[in-house]
Design a protein around this ligand. Structure first.
Ligand code: PLP
Length: 405
């Protein structure tokens, strides 16, 4: 039998992303392998100024202006490893666009917000953002291995808050301890993996000791920007505090290099599940074939695509925002056409603090009492007959809920 024909709306890419071009030898010819794979060497040698960057990369006028005009707005910082992924020939290289400022970043438009997600009014103590009933963010520190040009928490990562003092951290932990509805704590910042193993453990150990904390998540861009930080020792440390999920932030398949793969697989091999949150950005990854390839490459290293985020309405980021419909159209080109595991949730974090909502293509054509009419991913109109009986209560619920534990 011949296989059925499927005319996918997403064209395959011409070239696989398997052989990333890294410019390590050109940019850092003197670095030994031992130095290159040492995350502290990477941090010591990070590029942190326009002058430093100009020595490594031929900058465009737009970038030169951007570096000058954002100097007082937000930090510049690029690890040698992430710098080596930049395509020097293309201003629209997705790694470059995430790391090198452009003039548009210094322009603030009406309606753009310093605190786009309304987090500051929801900080009961300095280190905690408590916006949802059963989960909180714990802000561990303000620094990162690379300062993403699309950062929407730059009021924190700009350096105003420094490493949270021991006191602020203790207050944060005390808040979680006295708030029993918190069953899920998301460690964020800044990037928590910028802390030493010892400092990280000083947070994880007391957190895990709180009986009502079921889940710990760590939001980090380390596997993307500084994968050598993911050592065996770190992976073992994280596994000790299971269930602990690492949530990382790959935005483009170009970022999935051999080094990144080793970092992610090391975590998973040690028993630490890894999820990905990508941000949809105009001209960086605003295409179905890029998002699809990103998902496939993530799954190949056992990282599950979790969220695709609509860009927040943050100051200086309009040039990276897409219309809401773009994300929905991308999902429409994934759902059904590829593994369900490869389809992230499209999330819009509502301006002002409403929290995240998710969007998806509307597959419902008509709702009637006897049937709902839907369209398939391939566009066929199909009826789902509704059951006559509408009582969906579960008679065993009471028994289950009142069982002895
Ligand atoms: C996104 C977010 C969370 C976690 O949301 P999930 O949908 O559970 O992943 C928690 N707190 C804040 C403030 C957030 O922005």
């Amino acid at each position: 039998m011949v296989p059925p024909r499927f005319d996918s709306p997403v064209l395959p890419l011409d070239s696989p992303s398997d052989a990333p071009v890294t410019r390590r030898r050109e940019l850092f010819p003197d670095a030994t392998d031992a130095e290159w794979s040492d995350w502290r060497w990477q941090l010591r040698n990070a590029v942190r100024s326009g002058a430093g960057l100009a020595q490594k990369l031929e900058l465009t006028d737009d970038e030169r202006t951007g570096i000058r005009d954002t100097a007082n707005v937000f930090r510049l910082g690029i690890s040698p490893y992430y710098l080596s992924l930049i395509d020097p020939a293309h201003a629209f290289c997705p790694v470059r666009m995430q790391a090198v400022p452009v003039a548009a970043e210094a322009r603030v438009r009406p309606g753009e917000l310093v605190d786009p997600l309304g987090e500051d009014p929801r900080r009961p103590v300095e280190a905690i953002v408590h916006k949802y009933p059963d989960r909180v963010l714990l802000l561990a520190l303000d620094s990162c291995s690379v300062y993403c040009r699309h950062c929407t928490r730059r009021r924190i990562t700009a350096g105003g808050e420094a490493e949270l003092s021991k006191r602020a951290l203790a207050e944060g932990l005390a808040y979680v301890r006295r708030t029993p509805q918190v069953r899920d704590v998301l460690l964020s910042g800044g990037d928590p993996f910028m802390l030493s193993d010892e400092r990280l453990e000083e947070i994880l150990e007391p957190l895990r000791a709180i009986p009502h904390v079921e889940l710990i998540r760590i939001g980090t861009r380390i596997p993307v920007c500084l994968p050598m930080r993911v050592t065996d020792a770190l992976a073992r440390l994280l596994r000790k505090y299971a269930p602990l999920f690492v949530v990382t932030h790959f935005n483009h398949p170009k970022e999935i290099t051999q080094e990144a793969r080793v970092a992610c697989e090391r975590l998973v091999d040690h028993g630490v599940p890894v999820e990905n949150q990508a941000v949809l950005m105009r001209r960086v990854n605003s295409s179905a074939r890029i998002i699809k390839e990103l998902s496939h490459e993530l799954l190949k290293m056992r990282v599950r695509p979790y969220y695709l985020h609509q860009m927040d309405v943050a100051q200086g980021l309009e040039h990276l925002r897409t219309p809401i419909s773009t994300g929905v159209e991308i999902l429409e080109q994934l759902r059904g056409w590829t593994s369900g595991l490869a389809v992230p949730h499209l999330a819009v974090d509502l301006p002002g603090g409403g929290g995240k909502v998710t969007l998806q293509p509307d597959y419902v054509l008509e709702r009637r009492a006897d049937a709902t009419v839907l369209r398939s991913y391939r566009g066929e109109r199909i009826e789902y007959p509704e059951p006559e009986e509408r009582d969906v209560s579960c008679p065993y619920d009471d028994v289950w809920t009142k069982r002895a534990r």
